[in-house]
Ligand binder design. Structure first.
Ligand code: 13P
Length: 249
């Protein structure tokens, strides 16, 4: 059985006090959760260690990490530092990192390998922009992102990874992928994992959908056989909505 996950990417939102309140509220509601989905929250870096003291059943993720171990990299946060703050998961390759900060597939591969070597579990993101979908290049784009992004991972490494498919045109737009569009791409990703690794890896991989996911549309997305949960942006900033999505299973 694959692990079901609902992960909240808070992005650059909440001040420390609000973030701590939100984390407390998520942990509280988690107790009454009506599904077996694992809940993960990814607050901004500045909140991580304080939030870690407030959660127990809910797991902690960072939104990014450095591609280098330590040293003169002003402004960067190393995977080891995240581990020391109680972080278990790390989002790598979010489309906002790819587009605004020019993180390419090679750099993301380096981050992924380093993160795993330090004991973090990457939530590796992929997704096409609207133009790529309209031009029918969506599968080529995802193939490239995953083939390069996950290159060099051995059979043990890949077991630490969660994949998130986030079509860029659905992120923060209110335009959600249809259940068929999500299933089609998730199936493609699972088949690609057979090619890149093996069937056992593919069968056990948790593949999340992200992009305008809300309590009202989560059940039909999660009803797909290859959709194993969600990576949630806006709706993760309200504990009730976030739990509403988790309860959509
Ligand atoms: P929204 O849920 O706000 O569309 O964001 C999705 C996302 O980017 C999660 O990483």
């Amino acid at each position: 059985m694959r692990k079901k996950i609902v992960a909240g990417n808070w992005k650059m939102n909440t001040l420390l006090k609000d973030g701590m309140e939100l984390a407390k509220a998520v942990e509280k509601l988690e107790k009454d959760k009506q599904s077996d989905a694992l809940l993960i929250i990814a607050p901004p870096y500045t909140h991580l260690s304080r939030v870690n003291d407030l959660i127990d059943n809910v797991k902690l993720a960072a939104q990014n990490c450095a591609s280098e171990e330590s040293g003169a990299y002003t402004g960067e946060i190393a995977p080891d530092m995240l581990v020391s703050a109680g972080v278990e998961y790390v989002i790598i390759g979010h489309s906002e990192r790819r587009s605004y900060y020019h993180e390419d597939n090679e750099l993301l591969n380096k981050k992924t390998k380093l993160a795993i070597s330090k004991g973090l579990k990457p939530i590796f993101c992929c997704g096409e922009v609207l133009e790529e979908r309209e031009q029918g290049r969506l599968f080529d784009v995802i193939r490239e992102q995953l083939t390069v992004g996950l290159a060099g991972l051995n059979m043990e490494d890949i077991k630490q990874v969660v994949i998130a498919y986030e079509p860029v045109w659905a992120i923060g737009t209110g335009v959600v992928a249809t259940p068929d569009q999500a299933q089609e791409m998730h199936k493609f990703i699972r088949d690609l994992l057979i090619e890149l690794f093996d069937k056992e890896v593919a069968d056990n991989m948790t593949i999340l959908y992200g992009g305008s996911c809300k309590p009202s549309n989560a059940s039909e997305l999660f009803a797909n056989p290859d959709v194993d949960g969600g990576l949630i942006g806006g709706a993760s900033l309200k504990a009730e909505d976030f739990l509403g999505i988790a309860n959509a299973y």
